[in-house]
Design a protein around this ligand. Structure first.
Ligand SMILES: C[C@H](O)[C@H](O)[C@H]1CNC2=NC(N)=NC(=O)C2=N1
Length: 100
């Protein structure tokens, strides 16, 4: 696991393995809007992701409106994307796929 800021080529290689995420034009963050059927499913997703985030010591910027959860991932310490952002993104996708 590499916690150093990824260069553009590495960001693009990692980003290409993700589904449904967008890369900010600046290349320093990825975001995704997760949709669920109910608020309870959205909140369950957030609870599960909160545990993953705490385990990784890496925390999302996110907001919730009813059954939608908007997520932005970036590494504040390096002001850019690192391997851990992609690791958390994959954990979030897994948590989401269990609910959709
Ligand atoms: C002290 C603590 O390790 C840091 O503040 C961690 C916590 N969670 C974090 N989360 C994210 N997304 N970026 C960070 O740089 C970060 N730093």
């Amino acid at each position: 696991m590499n916690y150093e800021k990824l260069d553009t080529a590495s960001v693009e290689r990692e980003f290409a393995t993700l589904d449904g995420w967008d890369l900010k034009p600046e290349g320093d963050a990825i975001f995704k809007s997760f949709k669920f059927k109910t608020f309870i499913e959205a909140f369950g997703f957030m609870a599960e992701c909160a545990l993953s985030a705490e385990k990784l010591n890496h925390h999302p910027e996110w907001s919730n409106v009813y059954s939608r959860v908007d997520v932005l991932l970036t590494t504040h310490a390096t002001k850019g994307l690192t391997d851990i952002d992609f690791k958390l993104a994959r954990a979030m996708d897994k948590a989401s796929s269990r609910r959709n």
